[in-house]
Design a protein around this ligand. Structure first.
Ligand code: ATP
Length: 323
């Protein structure tokens, strides 16, 4: 039964955080071309919002009508974000539709009625190593699972998520997690305290596949372990965390964009506890000792990045609001 009928819900809004990689080691390349990773990810307080609503809920409320549902997608986002079926939020919606039997039937000669409207408000930098697309896919799954009353639990949603992309299962849960394999096998880890960041954003994106290709040329598979990061998180020690930040992909990102190394070093000169490229970059994140310190570091970095933001981690997980 759809959400409109079950709970009176006709609109679900999901606010979903981005992520930073506190640790990322590339273990090697598999025969299928994917890379084996060990990474520690944490959500950070730069959010996208995905809302889903039923349009014409009277017909949608009828279980039989669900089979004829179609999706309409709109977004407030820059031109670099695909507006249609290539958008990860739409791909996630289609995946869930196929799985739970929503909108799978075709009426003879009749177009399906677009009764589910999905809207994305984009704030997370795009192709920036902050899992923006993955966050939107996770948010779409959570929103539509609620709106359609399909009642998949978090584990089932994570299975659907894993088919959409390596970071999507993490984005379904959020928090702080150790991920292995291609990044889809995740375990939550203990994190005490909150951490203050300066997020240095470059408008010129870096494509994740290009960074991995560069890694295959200039990098060597690492053997670093995440123990120091995990210990710092367990004890809530920001100074130790700053010293332990690590990313094997930095060498690849720096080979494609040498100015990122200078930006990372400028953060350290500006007094950050540590600084590292997040994921495949080009975002560089720097850890500060306090909220005030983050503002000061950001001020000292004027002109280094296209823009920068202060942010907090961990930022919890996706938050659902029903309307
Ligand atoms: P990750 O950190 O998971 O490697 P990323 O932050 O580097 O990801 P995304 O912001 O997810 O990268 O964008 C990667 C590409 O995915 C974009 O260049 C864009 O073409 C495409 N894309 C599809 N859907 C979205 C979306 N909802 N938001 C952003 N990009 C999207």
């Amino acid at each position: 039964m759809v959400g409109a009928d079950r709970t009176g819900t006709s609109c679900v809004r999901v606010r979903v955080p981005s992520k930073v990689n506190l640790f990322l080691s590339v273990r090697g390349r598999r025969p299928d071309g994917y890379h084996e990773l060990v990474t520690v990810m944490q959500t950070v307080s730069i959010h996208d919002t995905v809302s889903a609503r039923l349009d014409g809920s009277a017909s949608a409320a009828h279980p039989a009508a669900r089979r004829f549902m179609d999706l309409a997608f709109t977004q407030e986002a820059g031109p670099e974000v695909p507006p249609g079926g290539d958008n990860l939020a739409v791909r996630a919606a289609r995946q869930l539709m196929g799985l739970v039997g929503v909108g799978t039937a075709q009426r003879d000669g009749e177009a399906m009625v677009p009764v589910t409207r999905l809207h994305l408000t984009k704030r997370i930098p795009v192709a920036a190593g902050m899992a923006g697309g993955s966050a939107d896919a996770a948010a779409a799954l959570l929103a539509l699972n609620e709106l359609w009353g399909t009642e998949l639990d978090r584990n089932e949603l994570r299975d659907v998520a894993a088919e959409l992309g390596a970071d999507v299962p993490f984005c379904v849960t959020g928090g702080t997690a150790l991920a292995t394999g291609t990044g889809t096998a995740i375990a939550q880890v203990l994190c005490r305290g909150r951490y203050h960041w300066v997020v240095g954003i470059s408008e010129q994106p870096l494509s994740t596949p290009a960074v991995y290709r560069a890694f295959d040329e200039v990098g060597t598979p690492g053997e670093a372990e995440p123990d120091a990061v995990l210990q710092a998180l367990r004890t809530g020690d920001a100074e130790a965390l700053g010293a332990a930040l690590h990313n094997d992909l930095e060498v690849a990102a720096f080979s494609l964009r040498p100015e990122l190394r200078d930006a990372r070093d400028a953060f350290l000169d500006a007094g950050a506890l540590g600084a590292v490229v997040s994921g495949s970059g080009p975002t560089v994140v720097a850890l500060a000792a306090s909220a005030q310190h983050a503002v000061e570091v950001r001020e000292r970095m004027q002109g280094v990045f296209d823009r920068s933001e202060v942010a907090l981690s961990p930022a919890g997980g996706p938050e659902l609001a029903l309307g």
